[in-house]
Design a protein around this ligand. Sequence first.
Ligand SMILES: [Fe+2]
Length: 195
Amino acid sequence: MTQTAVYTEQQFIADLRDVFATHRDSVQQAHHVAALLRRAFENGWPENSEKFGDDNGTYEIYRDTEYGHPNPGFVVLAYRQGPQEIKRPAPHDHGYCWVAYGVKSGGNTQSRYAYVHTGDDVEMPSFQLVQTMEQGPGDVHYILPGEIHSVQGSPTDETVYCRITSMDLDTVQRHRYDVESGRSAIFSSATTTTP
Ligand SMILES: [Fe+2]
């Protein structure tokens, strides 16, 4: 009799911890974590998690006390959300943290922004949309420390997605950006809700 190898949530969490234990560089960490998240999706996660539910909302799956970047405390969050009104979500960064975003079902649109400098040193840099990524089922992307993005949920489908943050972002000061002016303001998601 052959047995099908199942990638359990317990093993997934253990592998996430191992990534932090093995790699100090945030790019390596985020890249390996994204691969693990794709594997978890292929094995029925997060729907098969005891911590995930049928109602729309945010489900905290796991919170570490030992590992993270740059400080301990990476967090695994899973979301179920209904169709979202199309709006212009505020671009933001994650301070010195990185975040991996994966879609299990439905879809998210990820927009990446950057300041673009001309060679003229008296010109202000312009704030520009530099990349748009349509995330469908199984797609995982990551936003590195200092990178700027926004997320728009599918306007038509229920979306189940996951977010692994290298620390609890409630503890991190970061920036939100105005698309038109490129001006930024400091905020913390402990006081303001934002992805
Ligand atoms: Fe974000």
